[in-house]
Each structure stands twice: as structure tokens, then as C-alpha cells.
Write a protein that binds this ligand. Structure first.
Ligand SMILES: Cc1cc2nc3c(=O)[nH]c(=O)nc-3n(C[C@H](O)[C@H](O)[C@H](O)COP(=O)(O)OP(=O)(O)OC[C@H]3O[C@@H](n4cnc5c(N)ncnc54)[C@H](O)[C@@H]3O)c2cc1C
Ligand code: FES
Length: 350
């Protein structure tokens, strides 16, 4: 079978499959604690439609936080084959911030505005025959979506799934992974605990460890986890001969590139967006300017990787330096990433 071919969606009323609209409400219809630190929230379309997305993509939800409304971005951990609901699996152990708000406030019946789904990190756009899904901590969420999708479709490809966690209590989706591996002969699962029982040395990924688990020849690699982890894995798999390497950044450890460098004597420019005309200086970061003028722009990584902050230019141009968050086709259509764009002319945006 070829990844990316279309599977009919199950059990939909005629015409309702995939017709949830970005920018409208999603409604929580189930909550499940995966462990003491991680909670899954399942959402449905309150109007009975279904969600259309590619396994690995993410969605941004608008949260009414104390300091005002803000978007937060989460991978959809469920599979597009089960399109009636989406599940977001969220690390909820922070004492405050957006995920703490979610832990304390989201209950079954809560409705929130969401935008997306979007994101270049997805399996449907990158067909392959041998796949390594490698992740650490909550970076498992896009890998679960990809694996659940491949499994639901019984895709005949070789899959190795490696999950790193500090200790065995933190291995997420343990039972489900075991169940899928039992029935899916082309899947091999490795769960690696980085803290050794003696507490002395860390069992962190290295070349020998990974190449003892998998012969990387002809493999495409999908990786998600903390930045240092992903940098290490990229080096290892490239050295070991992998075909392609793709990574998803949750952005939490990335230094944001949206700080605006205002050159006080720079040329004055205007931005026309959502019926308002605002002023900007040539050379300012577009996202910083929009935020300064109180536009609520969905953002995720804030460094040009996840594609969440995309806008379309109707008039004008920007200097853009993104990290793979847009495809060439999107760029050709005039789509830009606000977080990675510097204003160079007057702009009209949608
Ligand atoms: C593509 C993508 C997928 C993700 N998937 C998951 C997932 O599946 N599970 C999961 O647990 N987490 C995921 N995250 C991380 C998640 O979005 C949160 O950033 C993270 O959980 C931080 O927790 P918090 O929002 O409670 O922190 P907060 O304390 O609210 O924020 C931490 C700091 O980061 C800043 N910040 C964080 N995110 C944003 C944002 N979007 N816009 C503006 N400022 C921001 C805040 O201003 C603050 O300074 C994903 C992130 C991205 C980009
Ligand atoms: S916020 Fe991720 S690309 Fe801009």
C-alpha cells in the first residue's frame, strides 16, 4: 500500500466527514489521565462534523488566560481515520501557565475556539517504506498519531518505534503500544528509560545504542522531543545512513525569534490586516508588530518550524527565513510565516 492514498472515513452522515471549520468551536467530550503528569483531552465538533488532518499535524486552541486570550498549540495524537474526535495529549504538571489553566478548567462540555489543523510534520506528505519514529517524553504525541493511522490502515511498511522517558512510569500509551505490536508484524517497539536503576549514569541515546536496535539503511526518520535530544538524533541517524530526517519542535526551549529590532530612523510602513491599518518600521518582525497591536495570532514554535502562524500576503513582500514550516507550493501561493518574517514594504494580509 502507498502512504497518502485515501481511506474512506467510517460512519459519517453523508456530507459531514471532515467539515469542521478552522476558527470554530471544539467541545471536550472525554478526559483521560495517562499518568500523574499527562492528560488526554478528547474533543468533538459540537455540530457533528468530523476533522480532516494528516497524521502528525497540530491544532491551536484559544485559551482565556488571566492575562488575556492566548493560543497554545498541540499535536493531534489521535488518528485521522477516526475523524469524529481529536485527542490532545498534554503535559499538565506545570504549576501555572496555559497547560495548568487547561488542567483546572477544561471539563467535559467545555467549548474552545480552535484553528488548524496544520503542519508540515506529517506522514502523508512523506511516503516511505521503512520508518523510524523516535521520540522523548511528550514528543510521543505525533508518533502516536502516525502509528495509529498506519495501523488503522494496515500499511505494509517496516516501522521501528523508539520512545525515551526518564523512568518506566513515564512510558506513555504502554498498553496500546504492546497491543498494536502484538497484532502488527511490521512494527517493533523499544521503550528506553534514560535514568538507570542505580541512579548514577544516564542511559541517553548514542550511536552504538541506536544502531544496535535498527539498521538505518533506507529509513525515513520522524523525531520529536527536547531540542538537545533532536540535535543528537539527527546527527546519529544521518551518520547511520538514514534517507530523510524530519523533526517537530514543541518550541518550549527554543529562543523565540520574534523580538522586534526596531530601527528608530527606519522607513515607516503600513500593514492592512483584518480591516485595520497599523504602522510598522521597515525591518521589524511581523509577528512582534501584530502582537504589539493586540492581534491574537496563533503561534507554536515561534521559530519557523511548525507552520502555525501562517498568513497570506495580498500585497507587498517580506524577508522570510523559516526552518521548514512552509512547503514550496505554499510559498508560491504567497503564504508566509509571521514569526519568521521581516517587514520590507507596505503589506496587505489575510
Ligand atoms: C507544534 C507544537 C506541538 C505541540 N504539541 C504538544 C503536545 O502534543 N503535548 C504537549 O504537552 N505540548 C505540546 N506542545 C507544547 C505546548 O504548546 C506548550 O507550549 C507547552 O505545553 C508549554 O506549556 P504552557 O503553555 O503551559 O506554558 P506557559 O507557561 O503558558 O508558557 C511558557 C512560556 O512560553 C510562552 N509560550 C508558549 N507557547 C506559546 C505560544 N503558542 N504563543 C506564545 N507564547 C507561548 C509563554 O508566553 C511563556 O513565556 C506543542 C507545541 C508546538 C509548537
Ligand atoms: S509559530 Fe511555528 S512557524 Fe511560526
Amino acid at each position: 500500500m502507498v502512504i497518502g492514498s485515501r481511506t474512506p472515513l467510517p460512519n459519517f452522515k453523508k456530507g459531514s466527514a471532515g467539515n469542521w471549520l478552522s476558527g470554530s468551536f471544539i467541545e471536550c467530550n472525554a478526559i483521560n489521565d495517562e499518568n500523574s503528569e499527562v492528560r488526554s483531552y478528547q474533543f468533538k465538533d459540537p455540530y457533528g462534523g468530523g476533522f480532516k488532518y494528516k497524521a502528525g499535524q497540530h491544532i491551536s486552541i484559544l485559551l482565556p488566560l488571566d492575562d488575556g486570550e492566548e493560543y497554545r498549540t498541540f499535536t493531534i495524537a489521535s488518528s485521522p481515520t477516526r475523524a469524529h474526535n481529536i485527542t490532545l495529549t498534554v503535559k499538565t504538571n506545570r504549576p501555572n501557565g496555559a497547560t495548568a489553566w487547561m488542567r483546572e478548567n477544561i471539563i467535559v462540555g467545555t467549548k474552545l475556539i480552535a484553528v488548524g489543523p496544520t503542519g508540515p510534520f506529517n506522514i502523508a506528505d512523506h511516503p516511505c517504506h521503512k520508518l523510524l519514529l523516535i521520540c522523548a517524553g511528550s514528543g510521543i504525541t505525533p508518533m502516536m498519531s502516525i502509528l495509529r493511522w498506519l495501523w488503522d490502515r494496515k500499511e505494509d511498511i517496516e516501522i521501528t518505534f523508539i520512545h525515551y522517558a526518564k523512568n518506566p512510569d513515564q512510558f506513555l500509551f504502554n498498553d496500546e503500544l504492546k497491543q498494536i505490536a502484538k497484532d502488527y508484524s511490521s512494527l517493533t517497539v523499544h521503550q528506553i528509560s534514560t535514568d538507570r536503576p542505580d541512579g548514577k549514569t544516564n542511559n541517553l541515546p548514542n550511536f552504538e545504542q541506536i544502531t544496535s536496535l535498527i539498521d538505518m539503511t533506507d529509513h525515513d526518520v520522524f523525531c520529536c522531543g527536547p531540542n538537545g535530544f533532536m540535535q543528537k538524533i539527527e546527527k546519529i541517524v544521518k551518520k547511520a545512513g538514514a534517507n530523510h530526517y524530519y523533526q517537530e519542535s514543541f518550541g518550549t526551549q527554543i529562543k523565540s525569534n520574534i523580538n522586534s529590532n526596531i530601527i528608530t530612523n527606519a522607513e515607516n510602513l503600513t500593514i492592512n490586516y483584518k480591516g485595520r491599518i497599523i504602522e510598522a518600521k521597515k525591518g521589524e518582525n511581523l509577528l512582534a508588530v501584530l502582537k504589539k497591536h493586540k492581534f491574537i495570532i496563533p503561534t507554536g514554535c515561534q521559530s519557523g518550524m511548525c507552520g502555525t502562524c501562517h498568513l497570506k500576503i495580498l500585497r507587498g513582500s517580506v524577508d522570510m527565513n523559516h526552518q521548514g514550516g512552509l512547503s514550496k507550493a505554499q510559498e508560491d501561493e504567497g503564504i508566509i510565516l509571521a514569526c519568521s518574517s521581516t517587514i520590507t514594504t507596505d503589506l496587505t494580509l489575510i
